[in-house]
Design a binder for this molecule. Structure first.
Ligand code: CKG
Length: 308
């Protein structure tokens, strides 16, 4: 007769099973204590929440089903969930749980305790070179990972670059991102399906061409410029004038702009996406003189410079 398993192994296997089942059990809103609103989108409200069982903090994005359908925003929510489920990297907000009740959808996301990079930029008016080098290098690593998955963010801007407790970046807001799958039909551009934020949008998106990895490299160029100067390369009286400058890549540098940073921005803010540094190989971007001395392998484990 086969030896009956000893009680120990039965206990172990039942504990493992219970853990596995616990992991699979769908959460409900009652598993969380909802706190303040930390973000309002056109189709969602984001709350700071605490998981009752672990006391862990999360950002829970809540979408009203009726509103989503009425405003025809379901595809944004579906796309964002699809992208978030593919991401597993320290520089991106993680999707921990999803659940729903009769009226709402709930997306339980990493809580980035230190808010937007933009908030620090406004407080300090501009970053020094070491801080700009560090934070934009983290964005470079994040884009290298994102693009390796065939995903374009399409709305990269300091508002969407959040900061975790340990002051590393956590990129968020994938509602307007795009998955460039090899077999996908070129996206039929719906009329006025304008994507992105005026000051950061790239020439190709303005010219109604499909966004590509280069669109995020253009956004990186705008962010480097903004971190060091405290202002935007393309900002005019109104959106139309701003767009006129963007499609011609018409911008100036303030006096005293760091020469290596100037050279790097000039290689990113170019009209033709294929000519942007990093499009052929992100290694070209990582080897640029502005990033000399960056320890790319250990960036997520390194201690960020004090933002000052
Ligand atoms: N729309 C979202 O997905 C979203 N919106 N927020 C709130 C801020 C995003 C950037 N612009 C301002 C609102 C979040 C998320 C994802 C998940 C997420 C995670 N952590 C935070 N953390 C914050 C900390 C302090 C102030 C604001 C947000 N915020 C979010």
């Amino acid at each position: 007769p086969t030896q009956a398993p000893s009680s120990g192994s039965t206990a172990q296997s039942s504990a493992a099973t219970a853990a596995a089942n616990k992991a699979r059990v769908k959460k409900t809103p009652n598993d969380f204590i909802f706190g303040k609103v930390i973000g309002e989108g056109s189709y969602s409200t984001v709350y700071l929440a605490k998981e009752v069982s672990t006391q862990k903090e999360f950002a829970i994005k809540v979408c009203d089903k009726k509103h989503l359908i009425r405003e025809r925003k379901t595809h944004f929510v579906m796309r964002e969930k699809e992208v978030l489920m593919k991401l597993d990297h320290p520089f991106f907000i993680r999707l921990a749980y999803t659940f729903q009740d009769p009226e709402r959808l709930y997306y339980t996301l990493t809580y980035a305790r230190n808010g937007e990079l933009l908030g620090y930029l406004h407080k300090l008016s501009a970053f020094d070179v070491p801080c700009t080098r560090f934070y934009t290098a983290e964005i470079v690593l994040a884009l290298e990972y994102l693009h390796s998955l065939g995903i374009v963010h399409r709305d990269l801007k300091p508002e969407n670059i959040l900061l975790s407790e340990d002051m590393h970046i956590k990129i968020t807001d994938f509602g307007t991102s795009k998955i460039l799958s090899s077999d996908s039909k070129p996206e039929v551009k719906r009329k006025n399906s304008f994507v992105g934020t005026a000051e950061y949008v790239s020439p190709e998106v303005l010219n109604n061409q499909p966004a590509n990895f280069g669109s995020d490299l253009w956004g990186l160029g705008c962010i480097i410029y903004q971190c060091l100067s405290g202002s935007l390369p393309f900002r005019c009286g109104n959106e139309y004038q701003t767009f006129q400058k963007i499609v011609k890549a018409e911008y100036d540098f303030p006096e005293g702009f760091h020469p290596h940073a100037k050279d790097l921005v000039q290689k990113l803010l170019v009209i033709e996406p294929a000519d942007r540094l990093g499009m052929a190989d992100m290694g070209d971007l990582k080897r640029h003189p502005f990033y000399e001395g960056v320890d790319w392998e250990n960036l997520p484990q390194s201690t960020p410079p004090k933002l000052m």
